[in-house]
Design a protein around this ligand. Structure first.
Ligand SMILES: Cc1cc2nc3c(=O)[nH]c(=O)nc-3n(C[C@H](O)[C@H](O)[C@H](O)COP(=O)(O)O)c2cc1C
Length: 235
């Protein structure tokens, strides 16, 4: 059945022109590509200081080998009401690229507020984990430590970077690709050899200031293969 209700068309190019302001006060994009997983990225500065910050432009993009990405915006500045990018780079991005390693810690509902604290813009040599009172513990294969209270931590080695382009040139968003070399999982979330994802109450990002908690799941196998058997065959 077709929905013949009124269709709001948000003109994404008009939003930067004051003469043609779109109908919505805020860009709806992130409210629609939702929920997005949050990669809580721990890295080390060249001096060995811990850096911890959340990234919701974060995703799994391949498996076997397993690859994740996070994408960092450059600094932003405003002049005469217009927003533009600066040359400043996010610390997680520069640390991951210079050291070649990062850890993606999973964020739970219970960790929401401390995760949010680590998104504060702090000086490069400030340890955001210590700032937020978060206990870090050693990783196994990589040097950046992991969040002790996180139900899972994914250790990654940087294998690629990509500067995102748009029709007008470079967007200056930098994607960092990490190959997963090991995963720590709190074994209270493992049942019959499977990770109980919903039991972790993973926090996800939506639009504006909204978050969602992953609490419900159901099972469905594909018509032409069994994903569990498929996973075993690929090992
Ligand atoms: C839930 C959440 C998700 C975020 N996702 C991103 C993101 O995907 N990319 C980005 O550049 N900044 C993102 N930020 C903002 C960064 O966390 C923030 O700029 C932080 O200060 C970066 O720290 P760093 O410079 O130590 O890497 C996010 C913030 C929050 C709270």
């Amino acid at each position: 059945m077709f929905n013949l209700g009124l269709d709001l068309y948000y003109d994404t190019e008009a939003r930067n022109k004051t003469s043609a302001a779109p109908d919505l006060p805020f860009n709806p994009f992130k409210a629609l590509i939702a929920p997005r997983p949050i990669g809580w990225i721990s890295t080390l500065t060249p001096e060995g200081n811990v850096n911890l910050a959340p990234y919701s432009y974060f995703q799994a993009v391949a498996d076997n080998p397993d690859i994740v990405i996070f994408s960092a915006t450059p600094g932003l500045t405003t002049k005469d009401g217009a927003v533009s990018f600066t040359d400043e780079r996010k610390h997680s991005e520069s640390n991951a690229i210079s050291s070649g390693e990062f850890v993606c810690n999973l964020v739970t509902h219970e960790l929401a507020e401390v995760m949010n604290m680590t998104s504060a813009h702090l000086p490069r040599d400030t340890d955001e984990a210590a700032h937020a009172g978060i206990q870090m513990i050693p990783s196994t294969r990589v040097k950046p430590p992991r969040v002790a209270a996180s139900p899972a931590a994914i250790e990654c080695v940087v294998v690629d970077t990509h500067t995102i382009r748009h029709r007008g040139g470079d967007h200056s968003f930098q994607m960092v690709f990490g190959e997963v070399v090991g995963i720590h999982i709190n074994d209270q979330f493992i049942t019959d050899g499977r990770v109980d994802t919903t039991a972790m109450r993973i926090l996800t990002r939506m639009g504006y200031d909204e978050y969602a908690v992953l609490t419900e799941s159901f099972r469905m196998t594909r018509p032409d293969n069994d994903p569990i058997l498929d996973g075993r065959l690929k090992v």
